[in-house]
Design a protein around this ligand. Structure first.
Ligand SMILES: Cc1ncc(COP(=O)(O)O)c(C=O)c1O
Length: 405
């Protein structure tokens, strides 16, 4: 075994060519140094995890139902939790619900079930990077459709559906990661109708569903499709943004034939999601008053942090830097003047000891070089003020202008 690199290279499956280390990840490793301010990670705020409540509920479950909580359980998931999820989804019964180990696993299993090498998958531009990572090993061909402030452009979408007849389309209508966009009601309806017209199933990723700052939640694509007869939307959501991501409890809700295939795929992956964690999540969410208050705490904290970031952006950014003001979720999405490469900007920002995620990796078609994502969910007021001052300095320097503030 002289050269382990070449020994294994000749044995790895061809699909691993599409699983690569990201240069950005390498760069962001530098941000662990002391004094660094990073808005790169999309981590939910750890100060809002209901740690005490989780400790008490875990103890209760173990004392009262220890053997059940620690035993193997069914692939589909803990029945009371599946019932609770089904009760919140119009037209769904527990048989339509599969518990998964994070919605990330839902994306992987969906890819396994739907994508052959070369299958066309329609995605938003930009889209969630983790979904591209989950789908890539199944070797799809992406069809990217661009977006306006309301979400997918309908004319482009229809042309793409007609020309390509993709296997499915992957859509994030609510506080999209990375752009924070909220798709309006009319756009939602139109997309659901187009998908039905062209018989293209939708995979709806609703990880940020609960993180509205104000106002009433809009109906999900799943609900709108149900109103037209149902069967064309598979819905994905998670406890990662409302309770704690380390629990890895999420769910897929969909038509029975799809759930059946996902059950088989999950059996091969991990048999089932951790029984204790599923019981714990049910124990937490079944106390409706507490659960509502928990979500309210998160909404208020994120809205405050978002407002701090908005004022800092207004104060420190070059005037031709654009952004979407989030109405919920965890991210600001910035568009720099054409020609400013955000990977270069990241290198400049790192010299200032601040970091963000360049936008290009979120585009399956490789566009978006002048875009970037900032996360405010875990940041303090001081970090936001100082971090944006540093980013402003780096951006002004790249544009050859004098910084403000
Ligand atoms: C849009 C979206 N989908 C899915 C996930 C994965 O979430 P989890 O696997 O924690 O449920 C994330 C995490 O950031 C996300 O932003």
């Amino acid at each position: 075994m002289e050269n382990l690199e070449s020994y294994y290279q000749s044995r790895f499956a061809a699909r691993t060519r599409r699983i690569q280390a990201s240069t950005i990840r390498e760069i962001l490793k530098l941000t662990q140094e002391p004094g660094f301010i990073s808005f790169a990670g999309g981590l939910p705020a750890a100060d809002l995890f209901p740690t005490q409540r989780i400790a008490e509920a875990t103890q209760r479950i173990l004392l009262e139902h220890g053997p059940q909580a620690l035993q193997y359980s069914t692939t589909e998931g803990y029945p009371p939790l599946r019932e609770w999820i089904a009760s919140r989804m119009p037209g769904a019964s527990p048989e339509n619900v599969q518990i998964v180990s994070g919605s990330q696993q839902g994306l992987d299993l969906f890819g396994k079930v739907f994508i052959d090498p070369g299958s066309k998958v329609l995605v938003e531009a930009p889209t969630y990077l983790g979904a591209l990572s989950a789908f890539n090993p199944y070797e799809p061909r992406y069809i990217s459709v661009s977006m306006d402030e309301e979400g997918l452009r309908l004319d482009e979408l229809e042309a793409a559906l007609e020309a390509h007849r993709p296997r499915f389309m992957y859509v994030l209508p609510t506080f999209q990661n990375p752009s924070g966009r909220l798709m309006g009601l009319e756009r939602r309806k139109a997309i659901v109708e187009l998908a039905r017209k062209y018989q293209t199933p939708i995979l709806e990723d609703d990880a940020y569903a609960e993180l509205y700052f104000s106002g009433q939640p809009l109906p999900t694509l799943y609900a709108l499709d149900q109103a037209l007869g149902g069967g064309n939307v598979v819905y994905l959501s998670t406890t990662s943004k409302t309770l704690a991501p380390g629990l890895r409890v999420a769910w897929v809700v969909g038509p029975k034939p799809v759930i059946q295939k996902i059950v088989y795929a999950k059996q091969g992956a991990d048999l089932h999601s951790p029984t204790l964690n599923q019981m714990l999540v049910y124990e937490l969410v079944r106390d409706e008053g507490w659960y509502r208050a928990q979500i309210e705490r998160i909404r208020q904290a994120y809205q405050t942090r978002c407002n701090w970031m908005l004022s800092a952006l207004q104060k420190y950014m070059p005037e031709d830097m654009g952004w979407i003001v989030p109405q919920g979720g965890m991210f600001f999405w910035l568009t720099a003047p054409e020609g400013l490469d955000s990977l270069e900007l990241l290198k400049q920002a790192i010299e200032e000891k601040m970091a963000f995620v360049p936008g290009q990796p979120f585009f399956a078609d490789g566009s978006g070089k002048n875009t970037l994502r900032l996360s405010y969910s875990s940041a303090t007021r001081e970090q936001i003020e100082e971090g944006l001052r540093r980013l402003g300095r780096a951006a002004h320097r790249m544009l050859g202008r004098a910084p403000v503030g």
